[in-house]
Write a new protein. Structure first.
Length: 440
């Protein structure tokens, strides 16, 4: 985790204090369930809570690290330090359990905690996109395919498209959260030979998880693969919106740009520069989050009932992917909230090609007036290419074309250049996506 791209609330999930606290809760809740079944004394379970339920301070964490340097085993080091706190009753801790029961269940808790923060982040992005989409629902701009002028749309429709993508991402993350929120307290090779399944059910309920139906000493890693793949898809949507903003901010377009704050500098050499640094940064962060999906997919294939080839991977990608995505989503929300939009530039760019964006409408009307599609296409393209080459009005060229004039009167051609034709269904689109059509 790099502090430059970390927010404290998410980073804290992956700090040792939180991890050891979760480990303690797993063990303590298991002791309660074991005591209820008469496997261990009830006063032993009570002692675990009374003497072990303490904040994991820097001193306690340092002691665990000290023990691990000798034992070379993190869970044993944790249990040894816990025994120092609890005393003789600590011999009943970890009855019938194996390290993976603690590690995998803890990771499930951490990932659900991270997912909850990310869901809140997505809500902020969605709120920003909705507000700006409604604000600019009638701000007409040119739509582009292959980077080339196509037909008019509105900036609100553009933003609504990104809203729809992030809304889908929220549904994906909710599903991934549900899939990852499983608890395994099944013992060696997952057979429950030394611990009853009811213990797992009790711990799961206490931690807000569901029992893993089929653990093989570890929780199946296809669950984790889905989770990290979902984060990668969300990152893809962040980059998609970032690239759109970066393109619109190019000097040749200048239709929208990131907010440039007082005192901000764009270049060490060129004082005039206003660069899209935030969305460029987001593009890079998105690449990193996507990169974490591949090792998660490779973790699915483990040897027999378990190995630990996945462990080192998850120790890195768990914190790094969630911390990075949390930062990126909040930065993305801020970009949208503060985005500067230039409707006049949008209209000027739209009109740069002299009405060529109406070519399809002219084509369709010529076919309806009796021309074959092939002849109509040639006639429209002929005049469009002339307009490209000379800069003359496409509309005037069509009216002067004898073949076109035989099928369409001048006033009909003029009517085909009405901007309202292209944006007449904006309210329908926004209603489908946002659930409303009014202004912000």
């Amino acid at each position: 985790m790099i502090p430059r791209y970390s927010r404290k609330e998410m980073a804290d999930i992956w700090e040792p204090a939180n991890r050891f606290r979760i480990w303690f809760l797993i063990e303590a809740h298991a002791c309660d369930a074991l005591a209820e079944r008469g496997v261990i004394p009830k006063d032993a379970a009570a002692a675990v809570w009374a003497r072990g339920d303490k904040v994991y301070t820097e001193d306690r964490i340092a002691r665990i690290d000290e023990i691990e340097r000798e034992t070379k085993h993190d869970v044993i080091a944790f249990l040894t330090e816990l025994a120092e706190q609890v005393g003789d009753e600590a011999r009943f801790v970890h009855q019938g359990m194996t390290s993976s029961d603690v590690l995998d269940t803890c990771l499930a808790v951490q990932l659900t905690q991270a997912a909850d923060l990310l869901l809140g982040d997505l809500d902020r992005v969605l709120a920003a996109l909705k507000k700006r989409a409604l604000e600019h629902k009638n701000t007409v701009c040119i739509g582009r395919s292959h980077g080339i002028h196509a037909e008019p749309t509105t900036f609100g429709v553009k933003l609504a498209g990104h809203f729809a993508a992030f809304a889908r991402n929220k549904e994906r993350l909710l599903a991934a959260r549900a899939d990852i929120a499983t608890c395994a307290i099944s013992g060696a090779v997952g057979t429950f030979a030394n611990i009853d399944p009811s213990i797992e059910e009790h711990v799961a309920a206490k931690l807000g998880l569901t029992p893993e139906p089929m653990s093989t000493q570890v929780i199946p890693r296809d669950r984790h693969a889905q989770f990290f793949a979902t984060l990668a898809v969300i990152a893809g949507s962040i980059e998609n919106l970032s690239v759109e903003i970066r393109h619109l901010q190019r000097t040749e377009l200048r239709e929208a740009e990131e907010y440039f704050s007082p005192g901000q500098k764009g270049s060490s050499a060129m004082p005039h520069k206003r660069n899209p640094v935030l969305t460029e940064n987001l593009t890079g962060l998105a690449r990193m989050v996507r990169a974490y999906a591949l090792p998660a997919l490779e973790n699915v294939a483990l040897w027999h009932e378990r190995d630990i080839s996945h462990s080192s991977v998850e120790r890195m990608i768990g914190p790094d992917s969630t911390v990075t995505l949390d930062f990126a989503l909040n930065r993305m929300a801020g970009v949208v909230e503060n985005l500067v939009v230039y409707p006049e530039e949008m209209m000027a760019n739209l009109n740069r090609l002299g009405g060529l964006h109406n070519s399809q409408r002219v084509l369709l009307n010529l076919t309806q007036a009796g021309m074959s599609r092939e002849d109509a296409y040639r006639a429209v393209q002929r005049n469009a290419m002339e307009s490209w080459k000379t800069g003359n009005s496409f509309q005037d060229l069509l009216k002067a074309d004898e073949e076109v004039a035989r099928h369409l009167q001048a006033e009909t051609i003029d009517a085909l250049f009405d901007m309202g034709y292209h944006v007449k269904h904006v309210d329908t689109i926004l209603h489908r996506v946002l659930g409303e059509t009014g202004t912000a």
